[in-house]
Design a protein around this ligand. Structure first.
Ligand code: NAD
Length: 440
């Protein structure tokens, strides 16, 4: 099939590459000429495990190309995906201007039947608005389909190639056939393609992300309670997660959720509910808890340094909002950085993939190290903000010699308390008893 993807970011590039990998001819359109130039010349623009290999192969084999020109990009495609940004608007509801703007242009361009698919995360009713926008100018038949994307950054290729489910919202039998053919290679193991009405498809995406965010905020509150009552959240997590009805995943406490999806999607669903005359009380609490959680370590850090962080040097491990991505959008690390800088502290950070993106945002407000150990030189404390695998079993004796003092604030509960105690570190984490520096 000939497919066009409009919007070549995290979702668009993974979608386009994976469709090319299953034998389709894919054109990716983006308004960013620099992105298109890089991609066309074989330079990948995001870090996503496994993507580069597929991208290079399909580019070389001629199944993948890139353009800034929407009209030439869609001319002979049967299927057009929109993977466009839907950032929060001023009141927190999803800003649909990218999606509706492209829909309006598509109406002017298309001249034969197309299936136009919305992959962006959008509020209920958007497919209908997209249909109206296209219909204003269209001189041919077309169908609009809702196909929300559930891939997770860091495992996006795997998620796209073997999805738990594919959700497709459409009332058109013609579009349903096209979508079934397109997704058949991805569900060969029997995972379902769930066909439904477009409103339900649109809501499914928000409901899924909001439920996961709720699980995280719930566990973060349990962790706070553990500290207050002298329990250990690791034990509680294991006890709770062993119940099949609850499950083991998404129960790890930490310094809050971030990224380009959970924060905006929870907020957008809350706004949708509000607009429909309903106060979605749980979601409002989820957002409030997460807001506090991103800065949860700051009072602990301040208390340790007797409320004076001026001139203190912090090593920061991890900038990305989660491991295996270079994405720093809404990353808890950034919130901590701003709070620490505000107190006059100095920060030297290391992240395996996300330093370039952070530098674009923070310029020279912090310094960047070439590896996780260089980052520790002369540091008054180490702060851990992202659970990259390489941080899990570090060389503690090297850490001890590099730092000014053996102090760790761990926002991701990476280390075993007994090991840390035996090594003589001061160690504070989330929902577990603090370990104090041994008296000298
Ligand atoms: P992104 O910001 O990484 O990419 C969007 C791309 O669209 C950018 O490259 C931008 O230049 C391009 N663009 C903007 N306006 C355009 C236009 N008029 N024509 C062509 N290109 C245009 O965004 P993303 O993370 O890929 O997210 C896209 C959508 O998918 C959002 O609605 C998001 O909520 C949803 N989503 C994201 C993820 C994720 O993990 N990132 C997962 C599932 C769903």
């Amino acid at each position: 099939m000939k497919i066009t993807i409009v919007g070549t970011g995290y979702v668009g590039l993974v979608t386009g590459t994976c469709f090319a990998e299953t034998g389709n001819n894919v054109t990716c359109v983006d308004i960013d000429p620099e992105k298109v130039r890089k991609l066309s010349s074989g330079q990948i623009t995001i870090y996503e495990p496994g993507l580069e290999k597929l991208f290079s192969r399909n580019l070389k084999d001629g199944r993948l190309d890139f353009t800034t020109d929407l009209a030439s990009g869609v001319i002979d495609s049967a299927v057009i995906f929109m993977a466009l940004p839907t950032p929060p608007g001023e009141d927190g509801s999803a800003d649909l201007s990218y999606v509706l703007g492209v829909a309006e242009n598509l109406g002017k361009i298309i001249s034969d039947y197309k299936v136009i698919i919305d992959k962006s995360t959008v509020p209920v009713g958007t497919s209908a608005r997209v249909r109206e926008m296209i219909a204003k100018n269209a001189r041919c038949e077309f169908d609009v389909v809702s196909n929300p994307e559930f891939l997770r950054e860091g495992v996006a290729v795997e998620d796209f190639m073997k999805p738990d489910r594919v959700v497709i919202g459409t009332h058109s039998e013609r579009a349903r056939k096209v979508m079934s053919t397109l997704f058949a290679p991805f569900v060969r193991q029997g995972n379902p393609i769930l066909f439904m009405d477009e409103q339900s498809a649109e809501l499914t995406k928000y409901a899924a992300n909001s439920f996961l965010a709720t699980k995280i905020s719930f566990m973060n509150e349990i962790a706070i309670l553990c500290e207050k009552l002298g329990a250990d959240v690791d034990m509680v997590r294991r006890g709770v997660g062993s119940d099949d009805r609850i499950g083991k995943r998404f129960l790890f406490p930490g310094i809050g959720y971030g990224g380009s999806c959970f924060p905006k999607d929870v907020q957008a669903l809350s706004r949708s509910a509000h607009a429909a005359g309903y106060d979605f009380a749980i979601l409002n609490a989820v957002m409030k808890v997460n807001q506090g959680q991103k800065l949860y370590l700051i009072p602990k850090i301040k208390a340790f340094f007797k409320n004076n962080l001026s001139g203190k040097k912090f090593a920061l491990w991890g900038l990305a909002f989660k491991p295996n991505t270079d994405d720093v959008r809404e990353a808890p690390a950034l919130y901590m950085i701003h709070a620490l800088l505000h107190e006059g502290a100095m920060i030297q950070a290391f992240d395996p993939e996300a330093m370039a993106n952070t530098q674009i945002m923070l310029k020279d407000k912090i310094s960047f190290a070439t590896d996780q150990y260089e980052c520790l030189k002369e540091a008054d404390a180490l702060i851990i903000a992202t659970e990259w695998n390489e941080f899990r079993t570090p060389d503690f004796s090297r850490i001890s010699t590099l730092m000014k003092q053996k102090v760790i604030f761990d926002g991701r509960n990476l280390f075993d308390l007994q090991i840390i105690r035996d090594l003589g570190f001061h160690y504070e984490s989330i929902g577990r008893k603090p370990i104090h520096l041994p008296k000298t």
